[in-house]
Ligand binder design. Structure first.
Ligand SMILES: NC(=O)c1ccc[n+]([C@@H]2O[C@H](COP(=O)([O-])OP(=O)(O)OC[C@H]3O[C@@H](n4cnc5c(N)ncnc54)[C@H](OP(=O)(O)O)[C@@H]3O)[C@@H](O)[C@H]2O)c1
Length: 241
């Protein structure tokens, strides 16, 4: 099993983690559909990852995401992967400083995940090797007062992905005596923070100890197609070096 020839949608692809993920997938032979809401950032993405297709879509709007899923499935014939990277981060001084504006921004990561996972669910179940992944945070295990909104949204996203994993299991395994029938897997990657080459160049004195290189995410995503679905499904995979 490999990702070679598979169709993988990267939802929220224009940050450095999205570029690294798309690059790794294209290098491994995948057909990548990179999605973002900002045209200029998608143009920059196209220059960085020439082998990928791009789509503009506001993933917070379910009707637009349904349309996106239909058109990608029709054009590519299948969708084998959904790597959902919309997230962001907001922090504040403590519990009373958690603003409604910050919550709206953090909730967007969860809302877009609900939209993409519902819109692509049937295609992922139909695939020979469907994979869905998010990047969560170690803060879910140790929530802080300052990151309350961020961590609450990440905890909700993790719960949702576990439900998707149950959905995959119910759609495919049928019985515990035939676990090999399972073809799709939903996983959560966990990191503390990303680091990329620009960050290292801008702050050469900083060690970035405990940070996850964006290229490590790319390799981990490619590796999802080398693993056994029944073992991967519902896994929480630490990418902390
Ligand atoms: N960065 C870290 O240190 C860190 C730490 C822990 C976990 N994570 C998680 O890792 C994932 C990736 O993080 P990141 O920091 O690289 O990226 P990010 O800032 O979370 O953004 C990812 C992408 O989401 C897109 N996006 C935002 N709203 C959208 C919408 N409504 N529709 C379509 N696209 C939308 C943005 O592109 P457009 O502007 O073009 O729409 C952007 O390219 C996130 O889930 C994040 O929470 C990151």
């Amino acid at each position: 099993m490999s990702v070679d020839g598979r169709v993988v949608a990267v939802a929220g692809a224009t940050s450095s983690s999205g570029v690294a993920t798309a690059r790794a997938l294209v290098s491994a032979g995948a057909r990548v559909v990179a999605v973002g809401s900002n045209v200029e950032r998608l143009s920059a993405f196209e220059r960085s990852v020439p082998g990928a297709s791009t789509r503009v879509c506001d993933l917070s709007k379910l009707a637009a995401v349904d349309e996106l899923a239909s058109s990608v499935t029709q054009e590519f014939g299948a969708v084998d992967g959904l790597i959902h990277l919309v997230g962001g981060w907001r922090g504040a001084a403590g519990i009373t400083a958690q603003s409604d504006d910050d919550w709206v921004a953090m909730d967007a990561g969860f809302t877009t995940l609900r939209n993409t996972s519902r819109a692509f669910f049937d295609a992922l179940v139909s695939s020979e090797a469907g994979r869905l992944a998010i990047v969560s945070s170690t803060s879910v295990e140790r929530p802080t007062a300052g990151g309350a909104s961020y961590t609450a949204a990440k905890a909700a996203a993790e719960s949702w992905v576990r439900s998707v994993a149950d959905g995959f299991r119910r759609a495919q395994s049928g019985s515990t005596t035939s676990p090999r029938a399972q073809r799709a897997a939903a996983v959560r990657f966990a990191i503390t923070a990303f680091v990329d080459d620009d960050m290292r160049r801008d702050n050469p004195e900083k060690s970035y100890s405990g940070f996850t290189d964006v290229d490590a995410l790319g390799q981990a995503v490619v590796g999802l197609w080398q693993g056994v679905a029944a073992e991967l499904n519902d896994a929480r995979i630490s990418l902390i070096p």
